[in-house]
Ligand binder design. Structure first.
Ligand SMILES: Nc1ncnc2c1ncn2[C@@H]1O[C@H](COP(=O)(O)OP(=O)(O)OP(=O)(O)O)[C@@H](O)[C@H]1O
Ligand SMILES: [Mg+2]
Length: 232
């Protein structure tokens, strides 16, 4: 096992089955080989529908491949039990979804606390950490607000704070600036860079050339295959 690689995809296929008899197949990924090194900042680019979100979900152990292997910190996740997978997702990975996915009934503070509740962090420590993270993303004044009482950019920043709650090794962000105006997008970008400088491995899916430019490596995906990048 290579200690420098945090997650590696080997010959990964993801085929979604659709329709009443599940006979319609959508090949979202078609033989992807990709390793993400510890400490790197990777940008995944490609047209809509090319398989970027699918790829990120597999990297984050949110889903399993149809064929091929996903090795997370050297362990073949295709063989792990659901409970072990859930543990990796909760402790090792922070995920920022394309559409935020905040809990609508919880405040900003409650959303950031949630992964720490699952991890069994004591209440006092949890609250202190959630407040610290909200302050880092500039939302100390908004901790009691529900997601519906926050702007899009603020919701995105809560989602990033939540993703960082359990100090993940790997932060995965799906179009983190996709719905934001330029200025708010810049704020989110600096937050991602800063997180990476602190030692967290970051992989982002993006259409945004500015995001791609601050990444240290870029890969391009088209029709479920990696077709290029800095080192391909
Ligand atoms: N749950 C699903 N069931 C069936 N097909 C799916 C499912 N999720 C994604 N797909 C299909 O797989 C392909 C890849 O989807 P994916 O969401 O990975 O694309 P993407 O590159 O993230 O696109 P976008 O830039 O629009 O977010 C698409 O053709 C999509 O329609
Ligand atoms: Mg997507």
């Amino acid at each position: 096992m290579n200690d420098e690689v945090i997650v590696r995809l080997e010959g990964v296929w993801k085929v979604y089955r659709m329709g009443r008899r599940r006979k319609i197949e959508v090949e979202a990924l078609r033989g992807v080989d990709l390793g993400v090194e510890r400490g790197e900042f990777l940008a995944v680019m490609g047209p809509s529908g090319s398989g970027k979100s699918t790829l990120l979900h597999l990297m984050g152990c949110l889903d399993r491949p149809t064929r091929g292997r996903v090795l997370f910190e050297g362990e073949d996740v295709t063989r792990l039990k659901p409970s072990a997978l859930a543990r990796i997702r909760n402790r090792r990975v922070g995920f920022v979804f394309q559409s935020f996915n905040l809990s609508p009934t919880l405040s900003a503070l409650g959303n950031v606390e949630l992964p720490m509740i699952f991890a069994g962090v004591p209440r006092k420590e949890r609250l202190a950490r959630a407040r610290e993270l909200l302050s880092r993303v500039g939302l100390s004044e908004r901790e009691r607000h529900l997601p519906s009482e926050l702007s899009g950019g603020e919701q995105q920043r809560v989602a990033i704070a939540r993703a960082l709650a359990n100090s993940p090794d790997l932060l995965l962000a799906d179009e983190p600036t996709g719905n934001l105006d330029t200025e708010t997008g810049q704020g989110v970008l600096s937050l991602l860079s800063e997180t990476n400088r602190e030692g967290v491995t970051v992989a982002v899916v993006t259409h945004d050339p500015e995001v791609a430019a601050i990444a240290r490596r870029r890969v391009r995906i088209r029709d479920g295959r990696i077709v290029g990048g800095d080192d391909v």
